[in-house]
Design a protein around this ligand. Sequence first.
Ligand code: NAI
Ligand code: MG
Length: 457
Amino acid sequence: MHIINPATEEVLATVAEGDAPDIDAAVKAAREAFENGPWPRIRPHQRTEYLLKIAELVQQHAEELAHVITLDNGKPISEARNEVARAAEVFIFYAGWVTKIFGETNPSDPSLFNYTLCEPLGVCGQIIPWNGPLSMVAWKVAPALACGNTVVLKPAEQTPLPALAFGQLTLKAGLPDGVVNIVTGFGPTAGAAIARHSDVDNVAFTGSTSVGKEILHAAAGNLKHVSLELGGKSPNIIFDDANIELAVTGSATGIFRNQGQVCCAGSRIFVQQKTYDEFAERLTQAASSIRLGDPLEPRTTMGPLVSGEQYERVLGYLKVGKQEGASVRAGGERGPQSRGYFVRPTVFADVKGSMRIAREEIFGPVASLIPFQDETDAVLQANDTIYGLAAAVWTRDINRAHALARSLKAGTVWINCYGILDPISSFGGYKQSGFGRELGKHSIELYTQAKSVFIKF
Ligand code: NAI
Ligand code: MG
């Protein structure tokens, strides 16, 4: 497979195109490592040390990894550096968990001693997207390893290089053979082979809702454990009483970071009527001040979209928005560059909840501004979506903030901020944004299963 640099459209590298037989070989290696290798059997303290070693290697190779991310994905180098730092933190976080995966002793019949063990699942299949090509590796691999599983990971066909660079670091860390297996390839071939493989115990997927549904079907064959982190159309709600300056800055980051290719992007921006015009004006200014360009240039704040396919998709939505009658306040077209998948940060005003740009995940730097009247109206409009990944509220009224945190149907709610993620806290979706929660203690639950043991005196 040719890997394209989205900033130049030039071939960056060529990687192997894995298919079902390669997945099968990887699963065999992972199975052997799980059943007969040291990984699930070593002292937990030792697994902690391995995970810490991986984190340390990621930090030591931070600059190299950040460059690989930017070359492969197109995000600004500052964002890539941040991604590397966050990925290392995820390994550090789960390194601490290894020795805290406790079982329980249970008050059963007095003639019995009953305890519950928390055991690994076995071979974990992991299919990840291109928008966070290293962070997604960390979110999937770190907790699976912490629990004593072995993994077969397939990175996205657009951005396999950060995962491959990470794989080399696991070799450097001296992980036992077969514990981490990375197979590059396309979704319908290599990815589907993981989802349907009869000797894979779990499949964790991040990507589109439509592929998530296919994976769920394929996983039914051997009843794999499934976790799905899918699309979103997250509401970002600005009340008249908000600190408007902070709301504008936060909302701009919420929709424009990573070129808007973020599952929890705040793509539907609801603004209360009195503030609407001023907010629209200020967000337009914020969008226009974004520096779109070479993502390796340190001052660049927006790079190209990841691929020609994503570029065409987003340009298609810009056309749809105009046809539907939304008004373009900023952007609305491709960037001025002669090469590369650059799209200008775009603000659509006068958007109605029924328009496609307000209903479908665009996954690009496109904000839709929608007015609302009051709290009830805001919640009704915000929840009127098939998705439920995240939501945000900007207000100075603490009662309202707490009330909305409860009434918004989303896996994460931000109050007076946007996009904060922390390995300490769960992440995942309501409704068609998927199920299963990652990060925090929730990933430990995803990658373990309980076993109840009864001993008769
Ligand atoms: P996708 O869902 O097709 O790809 C994500 C991953 O799934 C990749 O590794 C891909 O190879 C794999 N895959 C694809 N088809 C598969 C199959 N049949 N069986 C197993 N694995 C399969 O997403 P794509 O096509 O890259 O982007 C399409 C849209 O999906 C985006 O425009 C965006 O709306 C959404 N998306 C959401 C993401 C999120 O973070 N939740 C990430 C990427 C895309
Ligand atoms: Mg696809």
